[in-house]
Design a protein around this ligand. Sequence first.
Ligand code: UGA
Length: 461
Amino acid sequence: MASPHSATRRRITVLGTGYLGTAHAACLADLGFEVLGVDVSPARIEALTRGELPFYEPGLEPLLQAGLASGRLSFSTSYAAAAAFGDVHFVCVGTPQREGAYAADLSQLTACIDALGPLLDRPCLVTGKSTVPVGTAAMLAGRLAALVPTADTCELAWNPEFLREGHAVQDTLRPDRIVAGVQSGRGEAILREVYADPIAAGRPFLATDLATAELVKVAANAFLATKISFINAMAEVCEAAHADVMTLSEALGHDPRIGRAALRPGLGFGGGCLPKDIRAFMARAEELGVEPAVSFLREVDGINMRRRARMVDLARELAGGSFEGRTVGVLGVAFKPDSDDIRDSPALDVAATIHGLGASVSVYDPAAMSHARRAHPELAFACSATEAVTGADVTLLLTEWQEFRDADPEKLGEAVARRNIVDGRNALDAARWRAAGWHCRALGRPLPDRRGAKGRPAGAA
Ligand code: UGA
């Protein structure tokens, strides 16, 4: 909702219009601020200016279009325009994993500061939102101070973002908490103004130093990754002990000290954040001389990658011991549902590995097809779930889109060659699928009975 006070509000720029930046820009415009989104990609800026979201994110495109229509939201490729426009500059550029290393690649951040700094000739707060190794903000503050013409009126702050893809709008408008790493009372006051609405709605606001703010984000993602790998480690134990990790997870989650979130066992975590963030954390801890403090993250990463290998093994087992000459239908390639993001996607990794082992692999995803096709042109791309599994010896559910959860096992059963399915996300009602004659396996769950004429592993007698 637009605020009646919009005319008096500070003007905001958002530098970098990926998931984070676009969501932040559209949500701040929705809160009544005048916002200028800036990106170095002219194609991206043109699309956004037309009201087209260059990626899939539920609920964000209407907000983008409303912002444009209100006149409060606009886009540009010009840093000079950004410097002239903004009282607060949010830096939302990417910090991917560095090629061939665990550490983060900070080149987009430094390029952004280097381009903006010399143009900042009026009072402003430059606020980083990207996920960074602790110490980056202090480094950038020094760099900025050396570049700006009026050093005493330009300050750097760090305000990490905790939004999840697929929930970007809700997480931005109603954040669990707002963390403001600041160097002065002035910096804190400005960020309190920007977040006045969520603060008034009772969202916690924590003012802190730069380093703590950076670490909150990295530690939060490390904790989430650890929790996911914990339950997936339990899945490994369950498989060996013939126990059921889904019931285990539910029972653990009822303990309020543990909680249910990030405790869904399955194929593990992927995406553009958790995997690279835990690796960058390890690299940074080593630089700081405290490598042992986070060495457990190596195991967290290892458990996560082992789930992918286990998925391939289960699929091979159901394919009759070898993928040669077999057809595998894959449901889902995005790293999670409600996203078209395939960065470090466990699903796509498994699909490509199985193709590499000799199977003919046909995939379908409701949103991520074009990205997946570009990354793995060797796979076959189907137009629907039914087409993807047509003639399949084994079907794999790898991303738990609602469409796949709701799929009719009878209808899909008519399309496949053999009713074999591995539920990589523990998302299906196994009893329902087994009732339809499917041989249904899942990560971390006990072996099923093997009733059903078409439900035997391919090649089984
Ligand atoms: C994650 C964090 O959840 C956000 O708080 C953070 O802001 C964001 O990274 C970021 O650093 O920008 P996101 O990558 O969008 O958000 O995805 P999540 O919903 O956390 O899921 C990450 C991965 O873990 C997915 O592959 C998902 O399938 C998997 N996952 C998640 C599980 O396997 N089990 C779970 O219980 C939860």
